[in-house]
Ligand binder design. Sequence first.
Ligand SMILES: CC(C)(COP(=O)(O)OP(=O)(O)OC[C@H]1O[C@@H](n2cnc3c(N)ncnc32)[C@H](O)[C@@H]1OP(=O)(O)O)[C@@H](O)C(=O)NCCC(=O)NCCS
Length: 233
Amino acid sequence: MGIIGYIKDEMQIIKERDPAIKTPFEVFLYPSFKAIIRYRIAHKLYQKKHYLLARWYSQRTVRKTGIEIHPGATIGKGLFIDHGHGVVIGETAIVGDNVTLYQGVTLGGTGKETGKRHPTIGNNVMISAGAKILGSFSVGENSKIGAGSVVLSEIPPNSTVVGVPGRVVKRDNVKIPREDMDQVHLPDPVYNDLIRLQQENVRLTQELKQVCERLQKIEEKKLNNDNNNEINK
Ligand SMILES: CC(C)(COP(=O)(O)OP(=O)(O)OC[C@H]1O[C@@H](n2cnc3c(N)ncnc32)[C@H](O)[C@@H]1OP(=O)(O)O)[C@@H](O)C(=O)NCCC(=O)NCCS
């Protein structure tokens, strides 16, 4: 997409998500607009392994906008960062399409992980002012993270999360009663699938063992019959 198309898209995104905008050309004043366009350039430099140049460019962006997006981060289409100051997006973070972030959001690491250290944010997620998402888990698509929350583990899609540590208070727009709420063990679909596959594997192994035993018995019976026939002859 050319620069004109990109600017038109940005104007549309900001008009849709910030009721404060009055004229389309205000888009040029938004730190989000500058930060994302400059991130795309820095990311290209990073991909071509010009790491120092990429970091230098990205750090200049921080001084101009107050938004720090590491050039190694992967950012989808339609990201909007409202106000922007204090936003930090780490090197191995992955941000899906049409994500909205407010000022003071951190997509960071806990300092305990290596390799992929930062979160993966699904499509259409909104992360409110000052929220911190720390670790290499995923935030499911269409979720909302409340202002000031600290999220430390996997969030299923279509959830509203609030508090420190972040807990799911709504799923599919339905409130979860506090007494039913397991704040620690949020559902992990991948883990559940693995457990189901493991159980299935044990069942199939047992069935196969039974079939083999039956087959062996039939073969032994047939051998005995053949021997008896031989003797009778
Ligand atoms: C989380 C948020 C997005 C609301 O989502 P929602 O799905 O409409 O959820 P609700 O408003 O129904 O709130 C659900 C529960 O969470 C609580 N809650 C909402 N936001 C909260 C927050 N930031 N911290 C703690 N609790 C919060 C509500 O009081 C409610 O509790 P209850 O069930 O005991 O009454 C919103 O409250 C929020 O944090 N918005 C901030 C947006 C922002 O950053 N604006 C900055 C503009 S500059």
